[in-house]
Design a protein around this ligand. Structure first.
Ligand code: BMX
Ligand code: ZN
Length: 290
């Protein structure tokens, strides 16, 4: 029987039925950014099929602890702290769902059937609006006792740097996310720049645009090296709109080769694409999440 899979992001909510590795009948709606979890649940219910479903799997941006959702960075998704998402969805859909962080879910998809297949210790990064990360250590997905495991987007990149939505300063996400690139590019170039415009300008030979992108690459590769020193990652896979932008992966690989040998690891492109969260959550339904 297919699993009804849901992916809650900061801008859109996607739903699909996942049968084995196949993601079928994908549909989506805008994320209600009202700060009320009940509005998320109503939006999800509107995407659910009329027929009964056997299982429900949810990947969501934010910290998931015992089925409850909290934003680490409320700018990514405003929601009340500890919103009982699993409980509310069970009421709405009639099935108790599995709920997991979006990047953790995507890491599991990549590990199971994508770029991380065959490795025992694996890290997936999505570099898009924010920076999400999921870690597989010794073949097991790390979710953490409070759901925080893998939130590498909120580790230190720039001591004393700008305030992050999570309450710290200088997080990796404030340096290397798509949002950060747009902000930093606009500041340096003196006019509004989106992340894609910045890549375009760099490709046209703009030195400042290239510098801003290079500093994001440096920060990410340093985070990879820190993580390698922490849990000895075998391979990194990178996805997301910025992660898969022209030349970005090659820049990460080139920068990584400047690290001392012992910290260098393969850096590859993620394979599961925009469906990684949906697929990973559905695949986790068949596992025992710890
Ligand atoms: C944020 C954080 C992570 C998430 C990551 C990528 C929130 C709401 N989200 O760091 O949980 O995995 O963004 O999320 O605090 P995305 O929506 O940018 O894919
Ligand atoms: Zn932060």
């Amino acid at each position: 029987r297919p699993v009804l899979a849901i992916d809650i992001g900061g801008t859109k909510i996607a739903a699909a039925e996942v049968l084995g590795r196949q993601v079928l009948d994908r549909r989506q709606t805008a994320t209600p950014r009202t700060g009320r979890g009940d509005d998320l649940v109503a939006a999800i219910a509107s995407l659910a099929p009329k027929h009964a479903v056997g299982a429900v799997a949810v990947a969501t941006t934010g910290i998931v602890r015992d089925g409850a959702l909290t934003a680490l960075n409320p700018q990514t998704l405003p929601i009340e702290n500890g919103y009982p998402l699993a409980q509310a969805l069970e009421k709405a859909l009639g099935v108790p769902p599995l709920v997991v962080n979006d990047a953790q879910a995507a890491a599991w998809a990549e590990f199971s059937v994508g770029a991380g297949h065959g490795f025992k210790n694996f890290a997936f990064f999505t570099v898009s609006t924010g920076i999400g990360c999921g870690l597989v250590v010794d073949g097991r997905l790390l979710t953490g006792a409070t759901g925080l495991a893998g939130h590498v987007g909120h580790t230190m990149s720039d001591p004393g740097g700008v305030a992050c939505g999570c309450g710290r300063r200088g997080c990796l996400e404030t340096i290397a996310s798509g949002t950060a690139l747009a902000r930093r590019g606009s500041e340096r170039l003196g006019r509004p720049f989106g992340a894609p415009d910045l890549f375009e300008a760099a490709a046209q030979g703009d030195r400042i645009a290239a510098e801003v992108i290079a500093s994001a690459v440096d920060a990410l590769v340093d985070a990879f090296a820190d993580l390698t020193a922490s849990v000895d990652v075998d391979c990194f896979a990178v996805g997301g709109g910025v992660g898969l932008a022209n030349g970005f992966l090659e820049a990460l690989q080139a920068r990584s080769l400047q690290l001392p040998r012992i910290f260098q690891r393969p850096i590859v492109a993620a394979q599961a694409g925009a469906d990684a969260g949906l697929l990973g959550a559905a695949l986790l339904c068949g596992e025992n999440l710890h």
